[in-house]
Ligand binder design. Structure first.
Ligand SMILES: Nc1ncnc2c1ncn2[C@@H]1O[C@H](COP(=O)(O)OP(=O)(O)O)[C@@H](O)[C@H]1O
Ligand SMILES: O=C(O)[C@@H](CO)OP(=O)(O)O
Ligand SMILES: [Mg+2]
Length: 417
């Protein structure tokens, strides 16, 4: 029985991710743009950058005369005609992020008046598209990003800081490109599709205030020097007039496709939320509470059922193990439902990489923790040490997809028979 549940769960995940690959969304939404000039320069940033750029090139053909793609290591899928392809560091920017971004700006500065800019944006852009603000070094950005990523801050908070440390975030890329018109197609991986947060809104007005920024620094005890403090006090550009944005996909869509496939496989689907953003291990416990209620009283939906959610949880990384928020969420669920039959649960990053690991997430059931105990290991120590990759590996519960070429946050699916 568990075998079938697991197979079904994998089918649902595959279907959902395949349905939010960006090609169709790019092609459809390009039809909504009325380019005023006859030449297009393409700049595509983020984890979905390669697929988005390739789709745009297929659709617009030679109208795109030049372009640049900046994506994460191993996310490039080869050459695209007339495009320069760069790969760089994520989630912490590296030298190649700066090199590629410098090149993008150089290309844009040299465009003649017949060009408009097509800007394809996906999550991951913050790390990949980066030039430090005056007075800031790459080291500073790496150090502060690393502190923020481990702090439990959510992506809006993290990006509020990133925007101020950068020459291209928080609308500054739009200012740099002025007076060229920018049309932005945006694949959202931020809850609520907030354009000033997705990839730190290079072409969108920053909505955060200096007050917000210093509250975040204080709340998460981020260590900064006086030079950085001065930079953080500087306001971002307002009145950006040369951009138009269209959102072309988000986690809501991934959840809807998961619901559709679950139904087709015979499960009653229920969408809990597309806005999950609490601590990962708390979310895992909460899902376990729901599972227990379901088993006991067929509530909130009649079995067999598929209970689905989307979002992006956070992790306060205190240990020195390896893992990611989806692995931690799934593992904490497993701890709570040890020994319970007819349940399978997965939490998965739609981009295919969860944290600094080669897994997309975890897929667990009532036997997961038993397998760990049978090896003489203590299940709780893995969680305490943020070492859920190893825990899930020991229990054959890692979910691996490889880079998917899309990025619309994380999905969680609970199947109960
Ligand atoms: N050992 C760990 N256990 C759990 N989460 C971790 C661990 N190490 C890093 N993380 C989390 O992984 C996040 C980065 O993961 P990543 O999948 O690259 O994010 P995104 O998909 O949003 O780009 C960090 O914000 C951090 O909270
Ligand atoms: O680039 C970013 O700022 C974020 C959100 O868009 O994406 P990711 O979490 O994938 O790094
Ligand atoms: Mg993210």
């Amino acid at each position: 029985m568990i075998k079938i549940l697991k197979e079904d769960l994998k089918k649902i995940i595959d279907y959902s991710i395949n349905s939010v690959l960006p090609e169709n969304a790019v092609k459809e939404n390009l039809k909504k743009i009325e380019f005023k000039k006859n030449k297009v320069f393409l700049i595509s940033i983020g984890k979905a950058a390669w697929r988005m750029a390739n789709a745009a090139k297929e659709e617009l053909k030679d109208k795109i005369q030049k372009g640049i793609v900046i994506t994460k290591y191993d996310y490039g899928l080869g050459n695209i005609k007339n495009m320069e392809i760069y790969e760089a560091g994520h989630p912490i920017p590296d030298k190649n992020s700066l090199k590629a971004t410098k090149r993008a700006i150089e290309l844009i500065k040299n465009l003649d008046d017949d060009y408009e800019i097509l800007f394809l944006v996906s999550g991951g852009g913050s790390a990949l598209f980066e030039l430090p603000e005056n007075g800031v070094t790459l080291d500073d950005i790496q150090n502060i990003t690393s502190q923020l990523l481990k702090s439990g801050a959510d992506i809006e908070e993290i990006n509020a800081i990133r925007k101020r440390l950068s020459k291209v975030k928080g609308g500054k890329f739009a200012k740099l490109s002025y007076p060229k018109q920018i049309y932005a197609l945006v694949l959202s991986d931020v809850l609520g599709d907030k354009l000033d947060s997705i990839a730190s809104g290079p072409a969108y007005t920053d909505k955060t205030t200096t007050n917000d920024v210093f509250n975040i620094i204080k709340k998460y005890d981020i260590k900064i020097n006086t030079e950085i403090k001065k930079v953080l006090e500087k306001e971002r550009p307002k009145n950006i007039s040369n951009t138009k944005h269209i959102i072309i996909g988000s986690v809501k869509l991934a959840c809807e496709y998961a619901m559709q496939k679950a139904k087709e496989l015979g499960y009653n689907p229920l969408l809990l939320t597309t806005m999950l953003n609490c601590e990962a291990k708390e979310a895992g416990r909460f899902f376990a509470n729901i599972a227990k209620e379901e088993i006991k009283s067929n509530n909130p939906i009649k079995k067999p059922c598929a209970i689905i959610a989307g979002g992006e949880t956070v992790v306060m990384v205190k240990g020195n193990g390896i893992g990611g928020r989806n692995q931690e969420l799934a593992y904490s669920f497993a701890i709570e439902i040890e020994g319970i039959e007819n349940i399978v649960f997965a939490s998965v990053g739609t981009d295919g990489t969860d944290g600094p690991t080669d897994a997309a997430g975890g897929i667990v059931d009532g036997d997961t923790i038993k397998k760990i105990k049978n090896k003489g290991l203590d299940p709780l120590i893995f969680l305490e040490n943020n070492d859920t990759y190893n825990a899930l590996e020991e229990s054959e519960s890692l979910l691996k997809t490889g880079p998917t070429g899309t990025n619309v946050n994380d999905i969680m699916i609970l199947l109960i028979n």
